[in-house]
Design a protein. Structure first.
Length: 83
């Protein structure tokens, strides 16, 4: 399909700062978790590697917990649902 007037837009990630993605074992093969890292870009949570391997880490222990999500493009919210 060819349009006479094509408009290109740039869509950014809905995150600010340094983030990386993880695909932990057991997740859906196409699912990724976006996580914020520490200042050395090595850790993603406040627990040890041993704790990560042997136990579960609560969401609130990850550095990205309660970080703001930003809009990838400008616009107006016209409807919100929670079902």
């Amino acid at each position: 399909m060819c349009y006479e007037h094509e408009t290109k837009i740039s869509i950014g990630a809905p995150l600010e700062g340094e983030w990386k993605f993880l695909r932990p074992p057991g997740h859906h093969p196409f699912a990724f978790d976006f996580v914020k890292t520490d200042f050395d870009h090595k850790k993603t949570h406040g627990k040890s590697l041993l704790h990560f391997v042997l136990s579960r880490i609560p969401s609130e222990d990850y550095f990205c917990w309660e970080e703001p999500i930003v809009a990838p493009i400008s616009g107006e919210v016209i409807r919100v649902a929670d079902d």
